[in-house]
Write a protein that binds this ligand. Sequence first.
Ligand code: HEC
Length: 155
Amino acid sequence: MSRGARVRRWVILLVPLLLAACADDDGAERRRALGERPGLDAAMRVADPRRGGHLFARCAACHTIGPGAGDRNGPNLFGVMGRPVASNSPRYGYTAALRSVGGTWTPETMDRWIADPAKVAPGTRMTIAGLPDPLDRADLIAYLKSQSAERHSTR
Ligand code: HEC
């Protein structure tokens, strides 16, 4: 094989790999496009459920996400978007703090919750510092949305 052919073969092999690496970005590109303090709507428009799935590692110590999976320290989260707050896992013993919040899990309420749980429900048992980055939160919300029965049945 000629040198030129060998080089071409490497290029053909490497380009898809490089493209895949770029698609799996850390959000830097989108963050630049969104500017300093993006609103939730703007962040949700570019949210990436795939990256959200990676970020779910920060939740997985306490939460399962699979349909019918058990509770850990926190309740199972399959299908949580759109559900009334403190109801996703009927067998889970929610605190009065979270039960008294009311409402449903919309992108807005979820965004506030994962930014600072103790601010939304003072006294909650979900004692994490929260995710300060708006794009991280939007990606996670997109991922939570994707993990639901409605989503599976419409595919
Ligand atoms: C250290 C353990 C822990 C971690 C980490 C954690 N959670 Fe939780 N989570 C809990 C606990 C405990 C509750 C129940 C809180 C209560 O009853 O006050 C909860 C409740 C929730 C609820 C409410 C569910 C419902 O039925 O209303 C959501 C949504 C949630 N967590 C999302 C997340 C997300 C998203 C992450 C990752 C960013 C996360 N949690 C990380 C422990 C945790």
